[in-house]
Design a protein around this ligand. Structure first.
Ligand SMILES: NC(=O)c1ccc[n+]([C@@H]2O[C@H](COP(=O)([O-])OP(=O)(O)OC[C@H]3O[C@@H](n4cnc5c(N)ncnc54)[C@H](OP(=O)(O)O)[C@@H]3O)[C@@H](O)[C@H]2O)c1
Length: 293
């Protein structure tokens, strides 16, 4: 799978989170096929090794590395950022792809609801933590994998930790709305640095998403929808396109689906709310507020 007008990516370092399966694995494979050095962030070493071996065998690109990290943990995610910064001198593409749906509420050891932690807080920590490296490697790109579901999401600034009533769909769509708004705010803050930031909506894709949600009913519903879903390889085309194509080298603060720019919900473009979300999130994660990134 080579996206239209994709550049040769030899010598470029690309990070893809959640790349042991689904869209992330297909994205890692697409970037490996273009010659990039791909750092696969996975939560399970064994599954990661299997995916990596498959990618190396298929692409004959041996520059594929593994980083094991449970992105549900804020502390482990911070440690990943620290480790990456001390091991790599450049970063050309960051694809924040890992995500998941959880049928029931459960908090992470640091006290965050899991859907929020995985789909929103982890990508924020990684993008902001690696921003200095992205800037020093510019031109470089951040791609956050959102969802059309963001349009059902809401923002409750008084309860970003999601301590109130829990619905898996609401938690997921709200986390994806926050990720979309974060990307737009990040793009503005990175303007002039040579680093772009965009969101991808992969569509309705046949992957493991929803399978391991913890709800038999939800898993069965996902299985029933299989005939209407596209393949992970097809879905990954937009992530690979945004990572590599000269067509979109200057595109920033936008959302793409099927390799075309699409609009997101009205509230996602509210700059006041984007700024407030940035500040509230900075407070939750003990990150600097202010005007930087
Ligand atoms: N499928 C869809 O229809 C659809 C639609 C819109 C958006 N998306 C988004 O697309 C992205 C990729 O999802 P997918 O559909 O490809 O689903 P998937 O097959 O379940 O892939 C999710 C990836 O995230 C990884 N992951 C999950 N929890 C993790 C954790 N705690 N730490 C580190 N990695 C973790 C998974 O690792 P394991 O391999 O170990 O499970 C897997 O590699 C997600 O952000 C999802 O929200 C999907």
């Amino acid at each position: 799978m080579i996206a239209s007008n994709s550049s040769n990516m030899a010598g470029k370092v690309c990070v893809v989170t959640g790349s042991s399966s689904g869209i992330g694995k297909a994205t890692a494979l697409g970037l490996a096929a273009l010659g990039a050095t791909v750092v696969m962030v996975v939560r399970d070493q064994h599954r990661g090794e299997i995916a990596k071996d498959e990618i190396v065998a298929e692409t004959r690109n041996s520059e594929i590395r593994l980083e094991v990290c449970d992105l549900l943990s804020i502390n482990a995610t911070r440690e990943l950022v620290r480790r990456f910064g001390s091991s790599y001198s450049r970063l050309d593409v960051l694809v924040n792809n890992a995500g998941g749906v959880f049928a029931s509420r459960q908090n992470t050891p640091e006290g965050f609801e899991r859907t929020l932690a995985l789909n929103y807080l982890a990508p924020v920590l990684i993008a902001r933590g690696l921003a200095p490296l992205l800037v020093s490697s510019a031109p470089s790109r951040v791609i956050d994998v959102g969802s059309g579901e963001h349009a059902r999401g809401g923002l409750d600034f008084g309860d970003l930790r999601v301590t109130g009533h829990y619905s898996s769909r609401k938690a997921y769509s709200s986390a994806k709305l926050m990720l979309t708004m974060f990307t737009y705010e990040l793009a503005r803050r990175l303007a002039g640095t040579g680093v772009t930031a965009n969101v991808v909506q992969p569509g309705f894709v046949a992957t493991n998403l929803g399978k391991n949600s913890g709800s038999g009913l939800q898993s069965a519903l996902f299985r029933m929808m299989r005939p209407f879903q596209i393949s992970a390889e097809k879905a990954a085309e937009t992530s690979v396109y945004l990572s590599s194509s000269v067509d979109v080298k200057d595109a920033t603060g936008k959302c793409f689906s099927k390799m075309k720019e699409v609009k997101t919900s009205q509230v996602s473009y509210d700059e006041e709310k984007q700024k407030r979300l940035w500040d509230v999130t900075s407070g939750l994660l003990s990150l600097p507020k202010g005007s930087g990134y």
